[in-house]
Design a protein around this ligand. Structure first.
Ligand SMILES: C[S@@+](CC[C@H](N)C(=O)[O-])C[C@H]1O[C@@H](n2cnc3c(N)ncnc32)[C@H](O)[C@@H]1O
Length: 331
């Protein structure tokens, strides 16, 4: 994998490597010639997001530049988009400027394994195309789960999909596809992880969620990249129909992305933080749902920064987003 065409890993304060998309990789351009994948994901999000129920507060974990914002506008009143990448968040701030100004969307820079959100801060959430970057997926799933009160959508890159099974027959390495250990591909510098679906479901169960495999997605990934353009337009209707059929029939085994609906077994109420008198009114909803990612103390908010009243750390507002990565201690 070459540096300029791949997302880059950064060291997080907790020492886990974060693929932060900040070193020249153009994630917007990546979507330039991926009509099939765009169509597939738009379709599945339109179908599954309403099943989360209407959310007063919704989180897009690893939301990048806000590519999927169009899909949760109709199911969420307020949105928190959490990502580690300065580049993606800066872009998101430009794309979602109107909603940010209206106080409907809040952009937060944080590690998904250590977020400034209180328990059950949001009613529902989603994490799309992110887990394959996670060196410590259990820690991140536990942390994301902690902040969800009701239900969320989890896109799991699985290691045992049909194509991987066929490839493993050829290479004689089918043993790797069994068991809970993730498979690492890519390079040591830029690893990509794929998981056993059962292991991810178990991790979510430990965090208090029952899961349902709602769809197998991207079942014919890159078909339009490998075939000649002259064939692609003719085959498109057939492949799109097959995609829709396998989204249901291939649940749990066919496609590389399996979408889980995770529902909290015992619903939890959020216990909002009390607000300091000087909290700006347009930040009050966010302020009630956030805490210091380092010590979990209360934050006092101004338009320029959130300040922890317990440990004294300050988290500044940068170009349109709140930066909760600054000055965190090693864990
Ligand atoms: C492939 S992009 C997906 C973005 C978006 N969900 C989408 O579907 O377009 C992966 C995103 O995850 C973010 N990311 C990866 N690991 C993260 C972590 N540990 N904490 C926060 N963000 C992370 C990256 O910065 C990047 O924006």
């Amino acid at each position: 994998m070459k540096f300029m065409t791949s997302p880059s890993p950064a060291e997080s304060p907790g020492n886990s490597r974060i693929v932060d998309y900040d070193s020249g990789f153009d994630y917007c351009a990546f979507w330039g010639n991926r009509d099939y994948e765009q169509w597939v994901e738009a379709r599945i999000l339109r179908r599954l997001l309403p099943r989360l129920g209407h959310a007063d507060w919704f989180a897009d974990f690893g939301g990048g530049y806000g590519r999927n914002a169009i899909h949760y506008r109709s199911v969420a009143k307020n949105v928190v988009l959490v990502d580690y990448s300065v580049t993606q968040l800066t872009r998101a701030a430009q794309r979602l400027g109107t909603e940010i100004a209206a106080g409907r969307v809040h952009l937060i820079r944080a590690d998904l394994g250590r977020m400034p959100l209180i328990d059950s801060a949001v009613d529902s959430a989603m994490v799309i195309r992110v887990l394959h970057h996670m060196t410590d997926v259990d820690r991140c799933l536990t942390e994301m789960s902690r902040t969800v009160a009701r239900r969320w959508l989890v896109d799991v890159p699985i290691k045992h999909h049909v194509l991987a099974r066929l490839r493993s027959l050829r290479s004689g390495q089918s043993g790797q596809l069994r068991g809970p250990t993730p498979i690492i591909t890519g390079s040591t510098e830029y690893p990509f992880y794929t998981f056993q679906l059962g292991a991810v479901r178990q991790s979510l169960r430990r965090s208090g969620f029952r899961t349902h495999t709602a769809a197998s997605v991207n079942n014919f990934r890159r078909w339009d990249q490998v075939l000649p353009a002259s064939l692609v337009s003719g085959l498109r209707p057939a492949v799109y129909s097959m995609e829709l059929a396998t989204q249901r029939l291939g649940r749990g085994w066919w496609g590389p992305s399996q979408f889980l609906l995770a529902t909290r077994s015992r619903p939890r109420e959020v216990s909002l933080r009390s607000l300091a008198a000087e909290t700006p009114a347009h930040l009050s909803g966010l302020a009630e749902r956030t805490c210091c990612p380092s010590c979990h103390g209360n934050l006092s908010w101004s338009d320029a920064a959130a300040h922890c009243t317990k440990c004294g750390r300050s988290y500044p507002r940068r170009a349109g987003f709140w930066d909760f990565t600054m000055g965190l201690p090693e864990r």
